[in-house]
Design a protein around this ligand. Structure first.
Ligand code: TMP
Length: 395
């Protein structure tokens, strides 16, 4: 693409959520070159060659949004505020995962769309109106026929996973009534650049959005952002409140403030991304140094929280089972498997960190507060965490 400039190369990466079974350990894994670029027209930042959604989002998808108290609390608070402020009669969620958001509403009021059938089944079993479908115009037309228009569409950490944004917003246009509200929530590019969290880029995260980038797409569909909230979720996310231009609701000052913050940081300038790429290379060297030093002292390191994000870090920095003895994680579908590419065993979280562990690499750094609260005993006995953001260090 002529109008795209690549600024970062994260090397060859396996599918970030493709946890390996024991029998797959000796088989060659498929890897994909992960380069990140910016579209100089739209200012959208994206990965180079997105992989087919069917390969990533299928009936074996392991991610569960209900695994974190932070996420559950955030969804609950949002649901309360939606009912108060917008009083919607019908709500649709794109990417409803295991129902952590829709469960806060009456079953008659909500519709969930979730392409990964293994997770969609969880909500269906509980009596929710969910469909195992990818989000596109075909799906929107089908829902329109069956359910009619909706007043509110919500989507968290999903739109950034879909390559064809034109199709996304066309489909939303089909289903959302003219006075309706669209709320989308995804990791923030500004926070990613500031915190050097290059691991926001992996094969599923096709885009990391800025307000400026997303506005450039929205305007094609006569949508505009009327409010924006900065969230701590996933290491810094933005929640965008969107309406049709014809709906004359006032625009909050939060939108202008965010635009100013992004412009001041240089989100539209190529030089900003070149500097970021330099910092990422430095971060790689420094993190590897920390691991090498600990291992040379015969100390034991484990990982905590196998995130798709940490897959980017481990594969980019070449940190494998020689450095991390095993990961612990609360997600059943990840346990007793191995991390993609780096083949580190994943064990069930037993409620504590074992006594023989000296250092813990925080894979789920985005839940640092929640995890530090849970692991007070480990911290009290002198246990240390390794974290890569905003720079690799020991905590
Ligand atoms: P995410 O960053 O993609 O949401 O993934 C977080 C992962 O971390 C998920 O597999 C669940 C795991 N996790 C734990 O094992 N223990 C915890 O206390 C938390 C908050 C997350």
């Amino acid at each position: 693409m002529k109008n795209k400039i690549n600024f970062l190369d994260l090397g060859f990466q396996p599918l970030a959520n493709n946890y390996l079974k024991k029998g797959q350990l000796n088989k060659k894994e498929k890897k994909y070159r992960l380069k990140i670029g910016i579209n100089t027209d739209t200012k959208l930042v994206s990965i180079n060659k997105p992989i087919s959604s069917k390969l990533m989002f299928n009936n074996k998808y392991p991610y569960r949004s209900s695994m974190s108290k932070t996420m559950l609390k955030s969804f609950k608070n949002l649901a309360i505020s939606i009912n108060k402020k917008f009083k919607p009669k019908k709500i649709l969620e794109i990417g409803s995962n295991d129902g952590s958001f829709i469960k806060n509403f009456s079953k008659k009021k909500v519709i969930g769309i979730e392409p990964c059938s293994n997770i969609e089944k969880i909500t269906k079993k509980k009596g929710f109106n969910t469909y195992s479908l990818y989000w596109n115009t075909k799906t929107a037309k089908r829902i329109l026929k069956k359910e009619g228009k909706v007043d509110l569409i919500y989507s968290a950490n999903t739109i950034s996973h879909i390559e064809n944004l034109d199709e996304v917003f066309k489909s939303i246009n089909i289903l959302l009534n003219n006075h309706g509200t669209l709320i989308i929530e995804d990791p923030s590019l500004l926070e990613c650049l500031k915190k050097n969290t290059y691991d926001q880029f992996y094969n599923e995260h096709i885009y990391v959005f800025s307000l400026i980038g997303i506005e450039n797409i929205l305007k094609k569909y006569d949508f505009e952002i009327f409010h924006i909230q900065n969230l701590e979720i996933h290491g810094g996310s933005n929640r965008y409140f969107i309406k049709k231009r014809t709906n004359k609701k006032p625009i909050f000052s939060s939108v202008n403030n965010q635009r100013k913050k992004e412009i001041n940081y240089g989100i539209q300038k190529i030089s900003t991304y070149k500097k970021f790429a330099k910092r990422v290379k430095f971060s790689k060297r420094r993190l590897k140094k920390i691991f090498l030093k600990i291992i040379s002292k015969n100390k034991k390191i484990i990982g905590y929280g196998v995130t798709a994000k940490s897959s980017t870090i481990l594969n980019y920095c070449k940190i494998d089972k020689e450095f991390i003895s095993y990961f612990i994680d609360t997600t059943k579908d990840k346990q007793n498997k191995y991390t993609p590419g780096t083949k580190i065993p994943i064990l069930k979280y037993q409620g504590f960190i074992k006594k023989d562990i000296d250092f813990v690499f925080l894979g789920a750094w985005n839940f640092k507060k929640e995890i530090f609260n849970k692991e007070k005993k480990f911290i009290k006995r002198g246990g240390k965490f390794i974290i890569h953001t905003p720079r690799p260090r020991i905590l």
